[in-house]
Design a protein around this ligand. Structure first.
Ligand SMILES: Nc1ncnc2c1ncn2[C@@H]1O[C@H](COP(=O)(O)OP(=O)(O)OP(=O)(O)O)[C@@H](O)[C@H]1O
Ligand SMILES: [Mg+2]
Length: 336
């Protein structure tokens, strides 16, 4: 069953077009992540689903209803923002209960619901504190609890983890994934962090300048990017784009890409080896090593390979890759 459907959505602020014709079908229970560069329109698209922003063109459907003209409160959605947006003068308990009070839920039912979500998110001990007395991670969990307690059809998250430090971010990311499984709810999540996106998503939506570049499961987008933009967007270090002469048969490609982990270096440049280069920089990253190599073709590439014993700057190496790891794109940037 389709849970959220966007049909021909466009958005202009004055004369600036920020969303340019977006069509998207999100299935019930799916975890969909919007990802893209800053300003690509992720938040605007999410806010139009929430009803906080009105599309200039197109329709928004949630469940069986056209909600394009419905206010946020009638859409069955809950949104969690980067800023948490908790009420500072209310306790955690009151913050979580607030939406239910507005809906005139009975006292006992509210108490039961608050206890249930507080237990799920392990914040029972914090219920009588004010938001000012919580850490960033705890506030973030309260914001999620407040969203869950309303039992929405759809959860909307806009960069909810960006105020957390790296360790807490990774931990909370797993918690959100577990929560999704437990609740079997539809979740739409915005982030500019590609690792977060790949870790959470059933399907990723890559936005570029207000348009969808590609939609699909993370592994498909990573291994079979439909466009050069998607190829370059996913992966760190980014895909190496090299002159077609680097690969024997460019197959008419305008642009040729190979990911750093699909390339290898070996000691000295063998006489029979076509491709060689000079190490220009070495990044030791613990679990991996990135070598920046200037090829004899003039291309500068990154190679993720720690097989060399003691790589030195200026060292000449031979470079190899699997033919199957080569991505080819035409002049328009479409995959060949
Ligand atoms: N109220 C507004 N008035 C005018 N322009 C706006 C408004 N809101 C957003 N924009 C513009 O729309 C574009 C998309 O903004 P949006 O906030 O959706 O981007 P984003 O992908 O969420 O970026 P970020 O990763 O920085 O949060 C930007 O160029 C932004 O400047
Ligand atoms: Mg945003």
């Amino acid at each position: 069953m389709s849970c959220v459907r966007l049909e021909g959505i466009a958005k202009r602020f004055g004369s600036t077009q920020v969303i340019r014709g977006v069509d998207l079908d999100i299935q019930s229970g799916e975890f969909v992540v919007f990802v893209g560069a800053s300003g690509s329109g992720k938040s605007t698209l999410l806010r139009m689903i929430a009803g906080l922003e009105q599309p200039s063109e197109g329709r928004v459907f949630i469940g069986d209803s056209d909600v394009t003209d419905a206010p946020p409160s009638e859409r069955g959605v809950s949104m969690v923002f980067q800023s948490y947006a908790l009420y500072p003068h209310m306790t955690v308990r009151e913050n979580i209960a607030f939406g239910l009070k507005l809906k005139k839920t009975g006292k006992a039912a509210i108490e039961e619901a608050v206890t249930r979500v507080a237990t799920m998110l392990e914040i029972e001990a914090l219920l009588d504190r004010k938001p000012g007395q919580l850490s960033g991670g705890q506030r973030q969990r309260v914001a999620i609890a407040r969203a869950i307690v309303r039992e929405p059809q759809v959860f909307l998250f806009d960069e909810p983890l960006s105020n957390l430090d790296a360790a807490l971010r990774t931990r909370t990311r797993i918690e959100i994934k577990e929560l999704h499984r437990k609740l079997a709810a539809t979740m739409i999540y915005v982030t500019h962090d590609q690792v977060e996106a790949m870790s959470l998503a059933d399907r990723m939506v890559i936005l570029n300048g207000g348009r969808i570049e590609q939609v699909g499961p993370p592994s498909v987008l990573y291994h079979q990017p439909a466009t050069k933009y998607v190829a370059a967007f996913l992966g760190s270090p980014t895909m190496n784009f090299v002159s077609p002469s680097v690969v024997g048969d460019a197959g008419g490609a305008e642009s040729v890409g190979i990911r750093p982990e699909d390339m290898r270096v070996a000691g000295a440049a063998g006489a029979e080896s076509g491709l060689s280069g000079t190490i220009e920089e070495v990044e030791e990253l613990g679990e991996t090593r990135i070598l920046h190599v200037k090829l004899n073709t003039g291309d500068i590439i990154a190679v993720r390979d720690r097989s060399l014993d003691d790589p030195n700057i200026g060292q000449v190496v031979s470079v190899a890759f699997d033919e199957t790891a080569v991505h080819r794109f035409d002049a328009k940037g479409a995959r060949i």
